[in-house]
Design a protein around this ligand. Structure first.
Ligand code: NAD
Length: 363
């Protein structure tokens, strides 16, 4: 009989529950430890989620001293860096919630630590597990569009601003760009084979979050609720990226991939003020091409599926640990996603186009 996989959870707030629920449903996996910086919170979490084998800790370093195969890191963004580096150095595989980090420097050190220690650093982008995202990636990487030279991604919620830890720069690091923007970037960059970003020219604002008319925590809101950026990639590809948590508009449009042979239009699914971004699933996929000289629009059938994307990402991580596979969504790749977000923040601050510097082996 194979041994039971022991998992720890660091940070037992909102999203940690989804991790606990997924691990609980896996055979041969047990949540053996939970840590939260707020005294008593880990214990309450263990009780709430009925984790009979789990021990509670107030200090995650004590959790890392115990025998565990892997940890889910579910702290606010600002704590991703230290907890991840410490976990990898303690010999634990890491399933890290998005976004990877607050700064590019942190992301680089985290990915370097994974490479140095040989432990896995896996980033939790659950939209990757939507089979339609795989169709988009496969269509683009197959070369069917020809040379892809222009991409639009992102999207906009009419009204979908979170609160709490998400709106404070000292805890979240950034706002909509990091929160939902990292998914849209991943969708496009993954389809393109994660090309190296070279420069960014960006604008961000927070007219809604800081207005008490629109946000009840307006006095605490100091991150961006809107952003737009033009990103140049190696291979002469340009990306027009836009994101909004709130706006007076129904949509910021579809994702577009323009290639020399064909174009692809992808719309997000869902409706209502919190929809309109690629943080969940795909609404439609249409190929624009010429067939025998005629402008043709070919709908690509969207797979209606029952996959629980969140469970899929947690299970894939645990199975990769058990089977000795590499990280399904490796930190070494997502460094480039974080580099774009870092570039957006720098460019928006300086109001100038900025260069992106990536050290080897991520360059
Ligand atoms: N993938 C998704 O769909 C998804 C959804 C929501 C949140 N998230 C991400 O998950 C992370 C957590 O979000 P949340 O909504 O659960 O936040 P939360 O504020 O509800 O929970 C975070 C918990 O971490 C604890 N914590 C903070 N610093 C800690 C430390 N050093 N050691 C141990 N515990 C610590 C806090 O006390 C809190 O209980 C964020 O990075 C967020 O972006 C992902």
């Amino acid at each position: 009989m194979s041994k039971t996989l022991k998992i720890g959870i660091i940070g037992s707030g909102g999203i940690a529950g989804a991790h606990a629920k997924a691990y609980k449903q896996m055979l041969g996996v047990e949540v053996a430890a939970v840590a939260d910086i707020i005294p008593g919170r880990a214990g309450q979490f263990i009780e709430h989620w009925e984790l009979p084998h789990a021990k509670a800790y107030d200090d995650y370093r004590q959790l890392l001293d115990t025998e565990l195969d892997g940890v889910s890191i579910c702290t606010p963004n600002v704590a991703h860096f230290q907890t991840t580096v410490d976990a990898l150095n303690a010999g634990k595989h890491v399933m890290l919630e998005k976004p990877m980090s607050v700064t590019l420097e942190e992301a680089v050190t985290m990915a370097e630590t994974a490479l140095k220690t040989g432990y896995m650093l896996n980033i939790g982008f659950q939209p990757r597990y939507d089979p339609n995202m795989a169709i988009i990636r496969d269509l683009i990487s197959s070369g069917e569009l020809g040379k892809v030279y222009y991409v639009e991604t992102g999207g906009g919620r009419r009204r979908g601003m979170p609160g709490g830890t998400f709106i404070r720069k000292d805890i979240a690091g950034a706002g909509a760009m990091a929160d939902i923007g990292c998914y849209s970037l991943d969708m496009a960059m993954n389809a393109l084979g994660y090309p190296k970003p070279l420069t960014v020219s960006a604008f961000t604002s927070n007219h809604f979050g800081t207005n008490p008319l629109y946000h009840k925590e307006a006095d605490k809101f100091d991150v961006e609720d809107f952003g737009v950026a033009m990103i140049r990639f190696e291979g002469d590809i340009v990306l027009n990226f836009k994101i909004s948590w709130a706006m007076h508009m129904d949509s910021l449009g579809a994702a577009l991939f323009l290639g020399t042979n064909a174009g692809l239009k992808v719309t997000p699914s869902g409706s209502g003020p919190w929809s309109g971004v690629f943080d969940g699933s795909v609404g439609s996929i249409t190929m624009f091409h010429d067939v025998q000289g005629h402008h043709t629009e070919s709908p690509i059938p969207v797979i209606q599926h029952q996959t629980d994307l969140f469970h899929a990402k947690v299970w894939d991580f645990a199975e990769a640990v058990r089977d000795g596979r590499p990280a399904p969504i490796p930190g070494s790749q997502i460094v480039r996603n974080q580099a774009v977000i870092d570039g957006i923040i720098r460019s928006a601050q300086t109001k100038k186009e900025v260069d992106i510097f990536l050290p080897s082996p991520f360059a």
